[in-house]
Design a binder for this molecule. Structure first.
Ligand code: ADP
Ligand code: MG
Length: 365
């Protein structure tokens, strides 16, 4: 369905895409991940013909969309693109947002366009909102209208550029659910996303972009759990871990707990596990400061999907001392409680300080 050959794209002297080739089958769903600024949006914009690359070919359904003689407006309609921001016409009702394209551009009869728009709105769960104005909708609803509006133009391919990153966290899943539904209907899609769990569920392949191109591609299991190349590994590990620097004993514990909660929700940790993590951190940090330490502590929470474990690590810069024995003597009952939460707990002194590593049970039980 999409065949990309030796695509190169520069902005001035900046080379963004260099000799990128890929092919995407009809009905295939590909997720694109990677650090910010590597050219993920540019890649999609080339496929949508919003950019004019310096060299290469992009065939969609056999037609080279970069052919200098190509009819750009017509070619752009082969693909529907959903952006971070919804770009709805604010003065038009939801229904008119959907019908305006088919009526004005595809010359469909209004009645037919409206009938189909109602079907599409029901498909994205917004059958009741046909006569609402965009300002009456939540962010998640607006994004679902934007998806329906794209579909109303009957594209062959749907492109999504971080469709959930501008949304309030509570609205992410309703939008992902709609995209998931499209995958079941056999739509060919390319989705730039930071939602790794979602990418793993819906896509057949993942492109990890870096260094001017598709640095590694493969099935989700490979990219997520056994990446073959160094930069992919670093990127995936960073997304799977959470780090917090505690500067001194009067740190903002509410901020830290809120950040931990966001991380846990993203990885579908249970509420119990979240509470255990927060409790374990609270106890360890209290031990540190009870011992009279005053320096900074770095807390790292990381999740290993392959091993099904959650690890908590604490690092300080203090002189090494047998931390766990001290903690036991200092507050035996707190230490007993802590040991009940974890599978194991290890203290390692090093010339640069102490490191405590604990493994929590993933189930949180
Ligand atoms: P990503 O989506 O992966 O974050 P982008 O495709 O948005 O990355 O951008 C890749 C690079 O291209 C960035 O360095 C960005 O500054 C540059 N870039 C993107 N669009 C333009 C533009 N219209 N003009 C100049 N530079 C651009
Ligand atoms: Mg982008």
């Amino acid at each position: 369905m999409i065949e990309i050959q030796n695509l190169s794209m520069r902005f001035g002297n900046e080379r963004v895409l260099e000799n990128v080739s890929a092919s995407i089958q009809e009905g295939e769903v590909v997720s694109v991940i990677g650090p910010s600024g590597v050219g993920k949006s540019t890649f999609l914009r080339c496929i949508n013909r919003l950019e004019t690359p310096q060299s290469g070919h992009i065939f969609i359904g056999g037609e080279d969309i970069l052919d200098p003689g190509a009819d750009v407006p017509r070619i752009r309609r082969k693909t529907g693109m959903v952006f971070q921001s919804f770009n709805l016409f604010s003065h038009l009702t939801v229904l008119d947002n959907l019908t305006i394209g088919p009526v004005r551009i595809l010359n469909e009869a209004r009645e037919e366009a409206e009938a189909r728009s109602h079907v599409l709105l029901r498909m994205v769960g917004l059958g009741e909102k046909a006569l609402s104005l965009p300002c009456e909708l939540s962010g998640g609803q607006k994004q679902r209208v934007a998806i329906a509006r794209c579909l109303s133009m009957r594209p062959k391919v749907m492109l999504f550029d971080e469709p959930t990153s501008a949304l309030d966290p509570t609205m992410v899943s309703e939008v992902l659910a709609v995209i998931r539904r499209l995958t079941r209907e056999g739509m060919t899609m390319v989705i730039v996303t930071h939602e790794l769990n979602f990418a793993r569920d819906v896509s057949k392949r993942i492109f990890y972009m870096d260094e001017g191109g598709i640095y590694e591609s493969g099935p989700p299991e490979q990219i997520m759990s056994a990446p073959q190349r160094e930069r992919t590994r670093v990127f995936i590990n960073r997304l799977r871990s959470f780090r917090y620097h505690i500067e001194h004993r009067d740190f903002d514990v509410f901020e830290m707990n809120a950040d931990i909660e966001t991380f846990c929700e993203k990885h579908f940790f249970s509420r119990t596990l979240l509470q255990h993590i927060q409790l374990a951190i609270e106890k360890i940090v209290a031990f540190y400061y009870q011992r009279g330490d005053s320096g900074a502590i770095t807390v790292t929470l990381s999740y290993s999907e392959t091993e099904g474990t959650v690890q908590l690590q604490f690092e300080d810069q203090e002189a090494p001392g047998d931390f766990l024995t001290d903690a036991e003597v200092g507050d035996e009952s707190a230490m007993t409680l802590l040991k009940g939460l974890v599978r194991d707990i290890v203290w390692q002194p090093s010339p640069k300080g102490n490191r405590i590593t604990m493994t929590l049970n993933e189930s949180g039980s």
